[in-house]
Design a protein around this ligand. Structure first.
Ligand code: ACO
Length: 401
């Protein structure tokens, strides 16, 4: 699209589109999404195929650099990431300073932003080489920060990873190893997390990704831009939905399991309650990630031998919504986060960490979108507005008011 020509045609007319429901903010070659057909592709590859056949780090490489890596490219990428996985010891003091009750998303956003102070060279990234260095740095250090947010909550000593392990294996070890027991790797957990991270890895111009791009467009550093993205993801209408879903399912269970009662609450326009995990700004027939994750939830819980009554409540809600005119008319279907929390809980991950796990998965997508924006030398993001306030008023001194 010739943006300059388009601007000339519109002759400086300002459009208004709250929530950007119909406005594209950029051109992008990373993720294709067809909301009517329920299609999601990363760089042209179907999400179903990637979730089944690829590993998370391969998908990260694909999203960021545009092609699936061959083995030596993947090995080099992984080695570069591992070489950058050390986090400055002083950052531990910041972690210690948080109250134990702090929400892990707030801790993670703060630590990610603080990384800039310890890695100032990551800010001015004018060449692709500088960008690469900043990218492997954050991919190396972010899992450590994720593990530390959990360990802080659980009162466990802050640790580092093991360079001999795979990327996802290492994350789980950092999260779950304890000083008194030998850590045993569980392949079911590794495979489940790998799949969940791939499903969350990118989703074009959603709220947090747009935030990363707009902050990055001012040439703030990568880590600062990512920290803003983490804050955007925290909200319950976005990534925070996975925590909210589980809390809702628990509340339904505690209340006696009457799903119809909660369906009625969600439909009542005088009640602010929404069925968390339902609806999506773009998917209007089904969320392809939800389809994959529903099957994965059954498999993972089955493999782990976990029987979770909230899975039955979730399935009940989903099938009732399918035949309820309110949900059908508004095209409200379960989204990716309707089932992800159930799997995370089965894996032993505390509810407050669910959105952190989402951030871990979304990291490559945010990086890819930031890199694309910087390489294309996009201008600073600066929306206009329609002013609705007072017209010109004469000033009154304080004694006259
Ligand atoms: N429960 C009940 N009603 C809903 C729900 C819901 N979960 N979602 C939307 N609606 C209704 C709205 O009340 C509105 O009804 P109306 O036309 O009678 O006024 C209609 O459906 C359209 O809803 P909007 O809020 O205008 O749709 P929008 O595209 O702005 O919002 C969103 C999408 C934020 C995802 C919304 O569906 C929602 O709040 N869902 C619950 C939270 C959630 O699951 N978020 C995760 C999204 S996926 C992700 O971020 C990974």
């Amino acid at each position: 699209i010739d943006i300059k020509a388009l601007r000339a045609v519109t002759n400086g007319v300002t459009t208004i589109d709250p929530g950007y429901k119909n406005t594209a903010s950029c051109e992008s070659a990373i993720t294709f999404l067809d909301g009517e057909e329920g299609i999601l592709r990363y760089r042209g590859y179907a999400i179903e195929e990637l979730a089944e056949k690829a590993g998370f780090l391969e998908v990260a490489y694909l999203l960021i650099f545009g092609e699936l890596p061959n083995q030596s490219q993947l090995d080099k990428f992984h080695k570069d990431i591992k070489d950058e996985s050390r986090v400055d010891e002083d950052l531990k003091k910041i972690v210690e300073a948080f109250p134990k009750s702090a929400h892990p998303m707030g801790v993670l956003a703060s630590l990610t932003s603080a990384l800039t102070a310890f890695n100032p060279s990551s800010v001015n990234v004018d060449s692709e080489e500088d960008m690469y260095k900043a990218i492997v740095k954050i991919l190396g250090k972010f899992p450590v920060l994720v593990a530390w947010t959990l360990r802080k909550k659980q009162g466990l000593p802050l640790n580092y990873g093991n360079k001999n392990l795979g990327y996802v294996e290492n994350i789980l070890k950092m999260m779950f190893e304890t000083p008194n027991e030998d850590y045993q790797q569980n392949d079911i957990l590794v495979n489940a997390l790998d799949k969940l991270l791939i499903l969350h890895a990118d989703h074009e111009q959603n709220c947090s990704t747009s935030t990363v791009r707009i902050v990055g467009s001012s040439h703030a550093g990568l880590f600062a831009s990512l920290s803003s993205g983490i804050s955007a993801l925290w909200g319950p209408l976005h990534g925070g939905a996975n925590q909210a879903v589980l809390e809702m399912l628990e509340a339904i269970k505690e209340d006696g399991g009457d799903t119809k009662k909660f369906m009625a609450k969600a439909k009542d326009k005088n009640d602010p309650f929404r069925l968390m995990g339902f609806g999506h700004r773009v998917y209007k027939n089904f969320d392809p990630r939800a389809k994959i994750i529903k099957v994965a939830a059954d498999e993972v819980l089955g493999d782990l031998g976990v029987e979770d009554p909230v899975l039955d409540i979730a399935k009940g809600l989903a099938s009732e919504a399918l035949s309820d005119p309110y949900f059908v008319d508004r095209k409200l279907y379960p989204n990716v986060d309707f089932y992800s929390g159930i799997i995370y809980r089965g894996m032993g991950i505390p509810v407050e960490m669910f959105t952190v796990m989402f951030a871990l998965g979304r990291l490559p997508g945010w990086i890819a979108q930031w890199r694309e924006m910087r390489l294309k030398k996009e201008p600073i993001g600066r929306p206009r507005q329609i002013y609705t306030g007072e017209t010109h008023r004469p000033f009154k001194s304080i004694s006259e008011r």
